[in-house]
Design a protein around this ligand. Structure first.
Ligand code: F6R
Length: 234
């Protein structure tokens, strides 16, 4: 695992932007895994800037988002689908048919997850996966206790995660209790991974770096990946 330390959130986002721009330049058909939450917002703003400046072309890029709240429709203003559209997709030239996000209101939950895994395989696998990290060490919504072999599935969110994410909702009780998430095995199959962590994640990052692989700290599984970079704000 490689660690890049940056002295500000702006520099962290800039480094991540450089990696994505370079990856799409080298492979215009890149399959890009995306995260939501606060941390990648700086990266998304820079990607929009890079696109407007002619430095990146998303016309052949395919994306797969890590997760989606269960029970929220695409057009719900709290859904990750809505978040991605507002903060990135509506401002770049990505084709609608190349965007993949789990359907939070899928009737057949198992089939929705199995279909997502099939779609990732059909696209040739994820080339570059962007990750954030939860205060409890979750990656995507793989909460503590998630298994190395876990695949895309419905998961019950921990109270800590619901509390942390309550800032995006009017009331905490509105935060969904379940979410669809890619699994640890799904994430580790990405060819390259970059995890972004601002200074508010200092505590958990130092725990991840110190610990051996431990399912109670799901991000520690990333130590098994040969091409994983942590970009952290010091
Ligand atoms: C979101 C996701 C989550 C977040 C994590 C950190 O798609 O996968 O694992 O990355 O909860 O969220 P922020 O960046 O808001 O602190």
């Amino acid at each position: 695992m490689q660690i890049i330390k940056t002295s500000s959130y702006r520099k962290l986002s800039k480094k991540a932007n450089e990696i994505v721009v370079d990856a799409v330049f080298k492979n215009p058909n890149l399959v890009l895994g995306l995260a939501t939450g606060s941390t990648p917002l700086g990266l998304y703003q820079l990607l929009i800037k890079s696109f407007k400046g002619g430095k990146i072309d998303f016309s052949k890029v395919k994306t797969f988002n890590l997760d989606e709240y269960y029970g929220l429709k695409k057009n719900d203003s709290q859904s990750y689908s809505y978040f991605m559209d507002k903060n990135l997709f509506s401002k770049i030239n990505i084709k609608k048919e190349n965007i993949h996000i789990l359907n939070g209101v899928a009737k057949n939950k198992k089939e929705e997850c199995a279909k997502y895994e099939r779609e990732i395989k059909k696209a040739g696998g994820i080339d570059l996966q962007i990750l954030g990290i939860g205060a409890d060490g979750h990656i995507a919504f793989n909460e503590p206790g998630s298994l190395l072999k876990s695949r895309t599935r419905l998961i019950k969110l921990k109270e800590q995660t619901r509390k942390d994410n309550a800032r995006f909702f009017e009331l905490k009780k509105e935060v969904p209790k379940f979410a669809f998430t890619m699994g640890i095995a799904t994430i580790l199959e990405a060819k390259k991974i970059i995890l972004l962590a601002g200074k508010n994640k200092k505590e958990i990052i130092s725990q991840v770096l110190k610990t051996k692989i431990n399912p109670q700290i799901p991000a520690s599984f990333l130590k098994l990946h040969p091409r994983c970079i942590f970009i952290v704000e010091e």
